[in-house]
Design a binder for this molecule. Structure first.
Ligand SMILES: [Zn+2]
Length: 79
């Protein structure tokens, strides 16, 4: 008979060999490796997305500043 533990993440019992004690706000809880890995990889993707997004934001800000500068140069004496 295989030992199982209740996974607080999936809310089902898994084989205990697939489980690790995971630190939570309530203390250590059993959680399966699959959910830990899924959370870790989704966090990496989020971080990568955030970095990409802030790079895009920086580029957009630079382009907007450049465009504003060009517009001022095109209309130097506009009221
Ligand atoms: Zn699980």
């Amino acid at each position: 008979m295989t030992e199982t533990a209740f996974c607080y993440c999936c809310r089902v019992h898994h084989d205990k060999t697939q489980m690790r004690l995971f630190p939570t706000r309530q203390g250590y809880r059993w959680r399966c490796l699959r959910s830990i890995e899924a959370a870790a990889s989704s966090r990496r993707e989020r971080d990568a997305f955030g970095q990409q997004q802030s790079k895009i934001n920086r580029q957009a800000a630079r382009q907007a500043a450049e465009l504003g500068r060009q517009l001022r140069q095109l209309q130097p004496f506009s009221p």
